[in-house]
Design a protein around this ligand. Sequence first.
Ligand code: EPU
Length: 337
Amino acid sequence: MQISHNISLKSFNTFGIDAQAKHFVSVSSIEDLQNVIGLNEYPKKLILGGGSNMLLTKDQDLLVIHVNLKGISILSEDEDSVLVKAYAGENWHDFVLWCLNKDFGGIENLSLIPGNVGSAPIQNIGAYGVELKDTFVCCEAMSLEEKKLRTFTKQDCQFDYRNSIFKQQSKGQYIITSVTFKLTKYSHKLHLNYGTIASQLQEMKVNNPTIQDISKAVITIRQQKLPDPKEIGNSGSFFKNPVITKQHYLSLLNNFEDMPSYPISDDEVKIPAGWLIEKAGFKGKRFGDCGVHKNQALVLVNYGSAKGSDILKLSELIQKTIKKLFNVTIEAEVNIL
Ligand code: EPU
């Protein structure tokens, strides 16, 4: 374990922002993690996983701890289910592929989501009708204060839409070291309701889809809509989809008949922020070296050398415009650092 100094974080964040870490260490064992947390000469620390949900708006004058814990194992199994534990530093999509290769079902709809296993519970990643919480059993996390591992059950995590305890009262207090999932072995529960999945499978001429077919369909849809961070810097959805009152929704419908929506409860409705941003005229627009993606307006992109502060400014302009046009507040989904 070696601490380096003045390191560029460009290759450690999917936005490809060239901000510096004053101090940087990559840890690949629990013991190293414990030791590094105990280093009093670095009182301020930032935990870095896959770097796929952050916007670096400045140099980081602290110790960046890159969690590089690896390993996937089967803990136990019964007739139709299996408990699989994956360490935090495993790439999420590689983990999905590992499960598909063993024919373990439950996370196929979450194919191709950037980032690592350890970050997935923090924002309860979700796509195409499935969320991480659906197969989550527990996770282990190291307390920065006590330097000890603690287990969080599903209930402890307080999962919600793109939210968990790790974004709320326990923010910045724990480093997730591993996650355990309960997956199916034979009677897979297929999630085909999300509109585009069914039509994609049809296009692929698949009538009785397997979990592998669903993964392929999701990969195709994502590749069409979402930019590959290896080619163009981005952090997936930059904003969360806002939830508004039914009354507000009905008044907007008067002016915008084609506005898509998802009912949340009797008096709340979720609106796709991508639609609002497109309607506001931002889709595909470029501002210097940053912009709004041409196929999915919820995604902000770095065309090369944009600064984090440029992207932040653009996001604030979008937020202000949406507020003015629709009286709707859209919140950032990515962590702004
Ligand atoms: N829409 C537009 N214009 C756009 C984008 C979307 O009109 O530029 C409309 C679509 O036509 C559709 C609706 O908005 O009616 C929903 O679009 P989409 O299916 O692309 O999903 P989303 O709500 O924009 C969410 C997640 C994505 C996830 C997809 C699929 C959030 C913040 N984002 O996007 O997650 O992949 O659903 O399940 O909930 C991520 O979190 O990084 C992410 C990519």
